[in-house]
Design a protein around this ligand. Sequence first.
Ligand code: ADP
Ligand code: MG
Length: 729
Amino acid sequence: MAKFRFKALEEVMNRVPGPLVRDEVLTSDYYGNLVFDRPKMRKYLSREAYKAVVEAIETGTAIDRKMAEQVAQGMKSWAIENGATHYTHWFHPLTDGTAEKHDAFIEHSSLGGVIEAFRGELLAQQEPDASSFPSGGIRQTFEARGYTAWDPSSPAFISETTLTIPTIFVSYTGEALDYKAPLLRSIKALDLAATAVAQYFDKSVTSVQANLGWEQEYFLVDEALYMARPDLVLTGRTLMGHSSAKDQQLEDHYFSSIPTRVNRFMIELENEAYRLGIPLKTRHNEVAPNQFEVAPIFEEMNLANDHNQLIMDIMQKVARRHKFRVLFHEKPFSGINGSGKHNNWSFSTNTGVNLLSPGKNPKGNLQFLTFVINTLKAVHDNQDLLRASILNANNQHRLGAHEAPPSIISVFLGTEVSRMLDLMEESVTDKKMTPEEKTALKLNIGRIPEIILDTTDRNRTSPFAFTGNRFEYRAVGSSANCASALIVLNSVVASQLNKFRTEVDNLVDSGIKKDEALFHVLKRLIVESKPIRFNGNGYSEEWVEEASRRGLTNIKSVPEALEAFLRPETFRLFEELDVLDHKELHGRVEVEYEKFIKKVQIESRVLGDLAINHIVPVAIKYQTMLLQNVSLMKNIFTNSEFEDMSKGRIELIKEVGSRISTIKAMVYEMTEARKKANVIESSADKAEAYDKTVLPFLEQIRYHIDKLELVVDNEEWPLPKYRELLFVR
Ligand code: ADP
Ligand code: MG
């Protein structure tokens, strides 16, 4: 039998998937079974309660106590019939992941014993002990109360035996303590702003819905190997590990045949997701070995984001059944691709028009260009905010790493749309246009191919790319809550659309025709937002130089990026749109600084421990073996023979010795740097100290450990190596 370096490896080799048991049911037969969706509401709710919920979903009206009571009874009956014994308010605190606290339906019955009960007030609102969730100082510990409030726009569902109710999480004094509340507000702001602009083109538009289609990238690692890597267990990424001789050079993993064990995991994941109404559509191998992607059909943004959070949770649970662990970290392995979460973003009207899709006639195309150009302008003016919204301790390792979106924000439009913008820029020369000019321009605008989807050149290096009928925000990290990026994106675009409307209306009031006013303002926006447009290779060195000439910012560090949130104009922007008030934004940025500090702190501690108690002892042992070997040789061989033979070995002894000393010294210095940083009061300064004085040690220490990995006896190396983590499954 083959000899394995690790017991764990042997375990992995024995995980052979059995034959596939085919399910003879159609997906559509059980899709959404565990969701309290409209058909079920119709069945379990009175006519008026059903109407109240639908109205709440569609127009955001509040549901009163009496109706909530009725909905609670209907929900309870349905949930109990489907095996639920508990209920929970499910929310998105400002951590990575979701939160839930389960309560049983039981209450004492007047006859003794218990009955299943659920009251409207418990559906509508609950008060979890909020003191342990991050608030960035919004909530003082003595006023730790926070409450969760039902979000009827995302349907309740059953998770195992628990009726799960999506909720927002706010402090007792009303400030948002989560991602969902501001996401909903930003969706509302975008709705109002986009509806008003869409009405220039079609008076029957009364609302605009934001859509999101996420693409979730992740790694799978065998559980036994994962457990043997304390760095993966504690930080989600490998803090050391020499690159494997073969990794992604041959590009043989992307879209290749999905390994059977992985496929079984995916099938089970999909089964669970479909029951929960998550419309998973695509699964494939990604670029790096053991890296994969899952993507659903796009949905309304709030629901889509709940589904993303939910799927991340389910993935972890299903993976364990298949003896895998999922890595959502943006950069779990150095030297190969990291993971992102592309956010496909669009918005559509109640009349069924996707505002980011070219229209069927000149008017439709002008509408399309209006929304594209305003988005461009918003991204141009708010590049720093957008970057700050996706940058965190994890994503910092991925951005600008020549494999993922650059740290410079730019927009890829493709040749067709770029050509249209250039044309508009040239043809609009004055506020008042001659009828001929207007006709020519409209004719040209009308020539946008109806489906540019297929002709849009795919540029994979752009952080923000137009892909035919949507923008694809590619810089978002794989472990992130999409809301963190979308709150900002929705808000800056809403704010830009509001400004646009004011300008156009002012021109119209001054006697300019509406279409001329539109052309005129659009032309200016095209000119002003030009620097953000880039169709070339975002990974190239030339782009870095070109971007700097264009005045675009290039920021790679979290503490530096976060400053954008604290500018007076940022506070104004979010306040004007009613998305985040001063206190909320402040609290959020505070939480981001804290998260960054803590993550770097944990990584630094874990690396220090591993270096000293895993790596150094093994290196010493190996060095001792070499020393013994050399001293034995000395007894046997003549001096000249000895000199000849021992030369390489003595070099090795010296190398190992010097690396051991360097590692020990650096771990000491890193600890000292941490101590210094820890006493800094302001979290912004502390984060900067962690970034500048602690973080660099992580790379430097790892460098020496990785070099040792190459020379130390393979049998003795205490951690699974990259070639094992990435290729054994
Ligand atoms: P690719 O890898 O080429 O970007 P995928 O099929 O992996 O394509 O993912 C595309 C994602 O974009 C899917 O989630 C899809 O539903 C979503 N999508 C398609 N059209 C739109 C749209 N108009 N608005 C938002 N998302 C969209
Ligand atoms: Mg994509």
